[in-house]
Ligand binder design. Structure first.
Ligand code: NA7
Length: 546
């Protein structure tokens, strides 16, 4: 299995392969891809760097981690049996429950026997002579495979601030996505949290419950709205179960696969009183309704967006007692919903606690981490624990960290030096037989819904090839240019694409990622699927197949 192969073709090229397909990553994408590829009768191996399944839900075990999509809209939909068997206990499940769920899935479908854990893929090189990939692991072993599925996640490569002294800190410090498996106590401790994205918000509100003293270092505030989570009892779960067909149908129809449906009215087509009442209702409702189920124009029309932002700002002012702190928590550089909206449960009230302090590092930048804490341009702070909730080198970051070389040794990094280019977000010209799940330029949104679609599309293509004895599939320059044009066209007019965030490829912690790029597909998921379905139904004519 780990034998070293000479780079030459044997009589029957399949004999020379260790696997028909190799999947990198055992998260939601990798698990489902493994399940489906097995159904094609293929020899599949998954390499996973963690010690268990779950991907995002394996790594992000920080305090307070939980869904911001409704649990039942987030689970897999492909197996009726699984839907029948699994009970969600909260409308927005916490991370331990999700990790249990994904372990349950792995056991139920007997997936583990084809997964090798603690196996980080460091390089993968295409061999033109044999139309196969040589996959190299950290331990130096090499594995030859026909197909390569990169299921490595759009938010899986954590980034740390680029400040000196991080190694000097004497106490424990953690990035939220590399949280220890043992519980961490904050009782009586002086804790710093750096970062106030979706992760920081969840962490802060949990740590604040038991902390001695908490200092939050905020660069730019985000617009956060209430999650309104609550438990699900057996009777309610039964009702949810009965509603699954309708629920998944709705998720297939909505813009970003969430359960919330956009209101067809324009913001200014209703009276101010109606508008107010609608927003009050959305603010008091669970989940992303205020973001994904609002008037049709709030994410494209500046005036509509400003009006809604003012409404949410007012809520923040009502909830935070100190007006100066409230002002610090209200974004002034972007409108509501133009970056991913953190969902909170008592986040703003945390700042009313006497043992919580908010520091704006736009006013007083962090100059260095010190052995005892950190130093801003204003003063020295001492901490027992430092938590970095500083996000990810998103979308392309996880690809950049693997030495991926396609046809004639071309590095993927070089291919994407001017920004990512793909065909349907799944393939890249000159990287034959490599498929990406949740790669750049694919529909994201409520991610498992998009994952299921991507994985099934990939399976369709591989099945198509196997039926016809084809061993080589590549995108073309034209198919990539067409797709990039489509992605660009769909991005037009969206206010979110005018804002720095991981969604527009900006990360100040990563060299070369300071300016906005066309990083993701931001059109509707139904439009995305329509194009992809047409490709499959047309016999994948946009690809070169041999
Ligand atoms: P995000 O949303 O990228 O947030 C990262 C946060 O960390 C954000 O507040 C950043 O401020 C802050 N940050 C990043 N680098 C620094 C440095 N160097 N100094 C201070 N503050 C910093 O990542 P999350 O993990 O919260 O969420 C990612 C996604 O996961 C989320 O959208 C959901 O889909 C789930 P900034 O805003 O850049 O000024």
């Amino acid at each position: 299995m780990s034998a070293l192969h000479e780079e030459q073709a044997s009589e029957n090229p399949e004999d020379d392969l260790d696997f028909d397909a190799t999947i990198v990553g055992a998260g939601i994408s990798g698990l489902y891809q493994l399940h489906l590829l097995r159904k094609l009768g293929m020899r599949v191996r998954v390499f996973e760097s963690g010690t268990g399944v779950g991907g995002t839900w394996y790594w992000n075990r920080y305090p307070g981690a939980r869904f911001d999509s409704e649990s039942y809209s987030y689970g897999y939909s492909f197996s009726q049996e699984l839907l029948d068997e699994w009970d969600w206990t909260e409308h927005f499940a916490p991370q331990p429950e999700t990790l249990r769920y994904l372990n349950y899935v792995a056991d139920k479908f007997d997936l583990r026997r084809d997964i090798r854990f603690s196996s980080r893929v460091t390089a993968t090189h295409y061999d033109d002579a044999t139309s196969s990939w040589n996959v190299t692991l950290e331990d130096g072993s090499r594995h030859r495979t026909r197909f390569l599925v990169m299921a490595i996640g759009p938010l899986s490569m954590p980034t740390m601030p680029r400040v000196p002294g991080i190694e000097d800190f004497e106490g424990p410090s953690f990035h939220t996505a590399r949280w220890p498996h043992e519980p961490v106590s904050f009782e009586g401790k002086r804790v710093a949290v750096i970062g106030t994205g979706a992760t920081g918000v969840q962490t802060i509100q949990e740590v604040a419950k038991t902390v001695g003293h908490l200092t939050v270092f905020q660069r730019r505030p985000n617009w956060c709205t209430p999650l309104h989570n609550r438990p699900i009892d057996k009777a309610e779960m039964q009702k949810i179960r009965e509603g699954y067909p309708e629920l998944f149908k709705r998720c297939r129809e909505t813009y970003a696969c969430f359960v919330h449906t956009i209101d067809p009215r324009g913001t200014f087509e209703v009276t101010p009183e109606e508008r107010r009442a609608f927003w009050e209702k959305l603010y008091a409702s669970p989940g992303f309704g205020i973001w994904q189920g609002n008037f049709r124009d709030i994410l494209v029309d500046r005036d509509a967006n400003r009006e809604l932002s003012d409404f949410v700002a007012e809520k923040i002012r009502e909830r935070v007692k100190d007006p100066k702190t409230a002002a610090m928590l209200i974004p002034d550089d972007h409108g509501f919903g133009t970056r991913r909206v953190p969902q909170e449960s008592g986040y703003y009230e945390v700042y009313n606690q006497p043992n919580v302090e908010l520091v704006s590092i736009l006013d007083t930048p962090i100059e260095r981490i010190t052995p005892k804490g950190l130093r801003t341009s204003e003063k020295d702070y001492e901490f027992d624990i430092i938590i970095y909730a500083t996000g990810f080198d998103a979308i392309t970051g996880s690809f950049d960290h693997i030495d991926i070389r396609g046809s004639k040794g071309l590095p993927l990094k070089q291919k994407w030096s001017g920004g990512p280019q793909t065909f349907v977000g799944v393939m890249v010209e000159d990287f034959p037989n490599m498929f990406m799940v949740m790669g750049p330029h694919t529909a994201l949104g409520n991610i498992p819904r998009s994952i299921e679609y991507n994985v099934e599309w990939i399976n369709r293509l591989i099945g198509f090839m196997r039926e016809r004895g084809l061993t080589h599939a590549d995108a073309t320059a034209k198919s990539m240019a067409d797709w990039t044009g489509f992605v660009r066209e769909k991005a037009e007019g969206l206010l979110s694409n005018e804002i720095d965030s991981w969604m527009t490829g900006v990360n100040q912690n990563v060299e070369g990622k300071q300016t906005r790029i066309l990083a993701r597909y931001s059109g509707s998921a139904p439009d995305y699927r329509k194009r992809c379905d047409a490709v499959a139904e047309g016999g994948f004519r946009e690809l070169t197949l041999s």
